[in-house]
Design a protein around this ligand. Structure first.
Ligand SMILES: [Zn+2]
Length: 329
């Protein structure tokens, strides 16, 4: 049995590089995998490893100056959903790319606990419910009645708010996966003149655990090898649609053309027909990794563990010969 944790904390870090080195050393010592971003404004991470080692890591982070109050969303899992450990510094732990400056170590939005959130959904009619995640995330699962911005990156959110002409006097309820994006987006919306903005404490993951996923339809996209986790109980049909065939589907693959590598929702049948590619055009690329019908939903980065380089080159050469032949013929 393993544990996977999702966490963030905004606190001033005076020397992010040194903090990063020390953190990496600690994670290696505990044999943890995942990714951690560190900036002068704080830390954002998702990690997996042995249950005891994860516990030790949590104690370690909470022992650091300013991080005693860090909260962790934790789940038990039968395998580690990461193949690497990445610990690095960034300018911001949530990339906003905004002209509006937000100091999240000082400026906080208003939080609703999962129970309060549920009560708001059940009792208030005139609210503006916003799913602040990317379009490919909200497609497979979201709260009933939520506005879902058609955006591809975190930093497209601000532009969407500016364009959308939302009523600034309405009460806003916003949510994301684990809560970190809302920490910035809620302050951002207040600065843009929205009068009453609330965010879901701990995001969908926390809500799923505390309130059993009530009023949520479908699954929650996560940024690890699992790609999606269950939120709605006894879900009957997937919410998303296969990007190729249009059938109901909530499983993602990366396009097998390595120059494209786009993450998209794909049914098993369409994956077989398109050999794991997102389009006919990508199918003609010589830089396609081989399609494995028995492991369609294996994440691309995991795939490299299973195939050594020589085997891969053999396959690629054959493919290139075939392509050359077809072109000449
Ligand atoms: Zn493609």
């Amino acid at each position: 049995m393993y544990a996977v944790i999702l966490y963030y904390y905004f606190a001033r870090i005076t020397d992010p590089d040194e903090f990063c080195r020390e953190h990496k050393r600690k994670c290696q010592e505990l044999n943890l995998f995942g990714r951690i971003y560190i900036a002068s404004e704080g830390i954002n991470g998702t990690l997996s490893g042995g249950v005891e080692q994860i516990e030790e890591y949590k104690n370690y982070l909470r022992s650091l100056d300013g991080f005693a109050q860090t909260e962790f969303k934790e789940e038990r899992i039968d395998h580690v959903p990461f193949v690497k450990l990445v610990v690095k510094t960034r300018k911001e732990i949530v990339t906003l790319k905004s002209k509006v400056s937000i100091d999240s170590t000082e400026e906080k939005g208003k939080h609703l606990s999962p129970l309060e959130w549920r009560e708001h959904l059940e009792n208030e009619e005139d609210i503006l419910l916003i799913d602040v995640r990317n379009n490919y995330e909200s497609e497979i699962g979201h709260f009933k009645g939520a506005v879902k911005p058609d955006i591809k990156n975190f930093y497209d959110f601000e532009g969407w708010v500016d364009r959308s002409e939302l009523d600034k006097n309405k009460k806003v309820l916003m949510y994301c996966t684990g809560g970190i994006r809302c920490e910035k987006f809620s302050v951002l919306m207040e600065k843009k003149g929205f009068k009453d903005v609330y965010q879901l404490q701990g995001g969908i993951i926390n809500y799923a655990q505390q309130e059993d996923g009530a009023h949520f339809k479908g699954k929650c996209f996560v940024f690890d090898d699992r790609l999606a986790v269950e939120v709605e109980k006894n879900q009957k049909e997937p919410l998303g649609k296969c990007a190729i065939s249009g059938v109901p589907c909530d499983t993602y693959i990366n396009c097998h053309n390595m120059d494209c590598n786009q993450l998209f929702i794909c049914s098993k049948e369409a994956a077989i027909e398109f050999q794991g590619c997102c389009s006919k055009e990508c199918m003609t690329s010589v830089r396609c990794r081989p399609f494995l019908p028995d492991n369609i939903y294996m994440p691309s980065r995991k795939w490299y563990q299973y195939y050594d380089e020589n085997q891969w080159l053999d396959i690629r050469e054959k493919r290139e010969q075939q392509t050359t032949y077809t072109k000449e013929g």
